[in-house]
Design a protein around this ligand. Structure first.
Ligand code: 2GW
Ligand code: MN
Length: 296
C-alpha cells in the first residue's frame, strides 16, 4: 500500500499529476518506493490529462512489429482497435515494421493520425525477431521520431485495445506491470538469474512486461540503446537472456527507475479470470497459437 500523505509528494511527470488521487484506490499499490505513480482506473481525470497534453503539443509515436505470420494473424485487429482507443485527441504516428510491406492492410485513420510502413529483415530465430526490435526502434527514433513526436510507445502486436489507453499513460519513462506477476512474491519473478548475462538480476522492484513500454523519445532512445548493447554483448559471450528483450528491459528499469508505472489494466490477459482490482481492461492479450506460430 502507498504510504504517501498526499499526491503532492509524488515525483511528477507533469503538473496534472498533482490531481492524481492515490487514495481513491485502497485495494492496490498506487505509487512506487521512488514515488512514481502506478496508474489505476479511478485515480485520474482523463479530461484533465487530455487538455494538458493538447496544450503542451504532445504527439505520440507508436511502434509495432509484424514479421512473418504475425502480420496476417494480428496486425489489422491491433491497428483498428488502436484507432478506437489509443491516445484519442492527440496526434499519433504509427511505425509498422514488417518484412512484407505489401501485405499491410489498409487502415482508416482518424484526423491527425498517420501510418508509415518500414521494411525490416526477417531474422531466422524468433528470439532475434523479438530482441532486435530494440535496435530498429533506436534507429527510427534517431532518424525520424525525434523530429516529429514528443513521446514513443512500443507494443507487441499480439494484443487488442479494448478501452481507453490515453494520455494519463504518458510520462518520461513508462513501464508496465506484467499481469501474471503483479500480485505474487518477488522471489517468483522470472528475472534472468544467469550471472553470465548482462540481464542478470538478483532482485528487483517489479516484473515488467515488455509488451508495452514508452516515454519521451529521449528516454526510449536511451532504453533501446542500452538494451541493444547488452543483447549484443550477451551474443558475443554466447549467452541469451531467459526472456530475451524482456529480461534486458527489466534490468534497465531496475537501474533506471521508470517515472510512471502502468497497472495491468493496460495489458490484461482474460485467461487469468476475474480479479476485483481490474476495473477496466484497456488492452488485452490476443489468443496465441504457439503450435502454428512458433514453427517455420
Ligand atoms: C515471436 C515468438 C515466436 C514466434 C514468432 C515470433 C514473432 C514475433 C514473429 O514471428 N513475428 C513478429 O513480428 N514478432 C514480434 O515480436 C511481434 O510484434 C510480437 O508481438 C513480438 C514479441 O513476440 P511475442 O508476442 O510472440 O512474444 P510474447 O507475447 O511471448 O512476449 C513477451 O516476451 C518476448 C520475449 O520472449 C518479448 O519480450 C515481448 O515483448 C513480451 O511481451
Ligand atoms: Mn506478445
Amino acid at each position: 500500500k502507498c504510504s504517501l500523505e498526499s499526491g503532492k509528494m509524488l515525483n511528477l511527470d507533469n503538473s496534472v499529476d498533482a490531481t492524481l488521487d492515490l487514495w481513491s484506490r485502497r485495494d492496490v499499490q498506487t505509487c512506487t518506493s521512488w514515488k512514481a505513480p502506478i496508474i489505476w482506473e479511478g485515480m485520474f481525470d482523463p479530461d484533465l490529462y487530455d487538455q494538458m497534453h493538447k496544450k503542451e503539443g504532445t504527439s505520440v509515436a507508436l511502434t509495432v512489429f509484424a514479421v512473418g505470420r504475425y502480420l496476417e494473424e494480428y496486425l489489422e485487429v491491433f491497428l483498428n482497435s488502436s484507432e478506437q482507443h489509443f491516445m484519442l485527441g492527440l496526434p499519433v504516428s504509427y511505425y509498422v515494421f514488417t518484412d512484407m510491406p505489401e501485405k499491410v492492410p489498409e487502415i482508416r485513420l482518424g484526423p491527425e493520425r498517420s501510418l508509415q510502413v518500414i521494411k525490416v529483415e526477417r531474422h531466422s530465430r524468433w528470439q532475434d525477431i523479438s530482441m532486435m526490435r530494440m535496435k530498429t526502434i533506436l534507429d527510427v527514433i534517431e532518424s525520424d521520431i525525434r523530429h516529429h513526436c514528443t513521446h514513443v510507445f512500443c507494443f507487441d502486436v499480439d494484443q487488442v485495445f479494448s478501452g481507453r489507453f490515453g494520455s494519463e499513460a504518458l510520462g518520461d519513462s513508462v513501464a508496465l506491470l506484467h499481469a501474471y506477476y503483479y500480485r505474487i512474491p518477488k522471489k517468483l519473478f522470472t528475472y534472468d538469474r544467469n550471472p553470465k548475462s548482462k540481464s542478470y538480476m538478483g532482485t528487483g522492484d517489479f516484473y515488467y512486461h515488455a509488451a508495452v513500454f514508452g516515454g519521451s523519445w529521449k528516454s526510449v532512445k536511451a532504453l533501446t540503446e542500452a538494451c541493444y548493447q547488452n543483447i549484443m554483448e550477451d551474443k558475443q559471450n554466447n549467452v541469451e537472456a531467459l526472456w530475451h528483450d524482456e529480461s534486458h528491459l527489466n534490468k534497465y528499469f531496475w537501474l533506471h527507475k521508470p517515472s510512471r508505472v502502468l497497472s495491468p489494466e493496460y495489458c490484461w490477459d482474460t485467461s487469468i479470470g476475474y480479479r476485483s482490482d481490474i476495473r477496466v481492461t484497456r488492452l488485452l492479450w490476443a489468443p496465441k497459437h504457439y503450435d502454428t506460430l512458433r514453427t517455420p
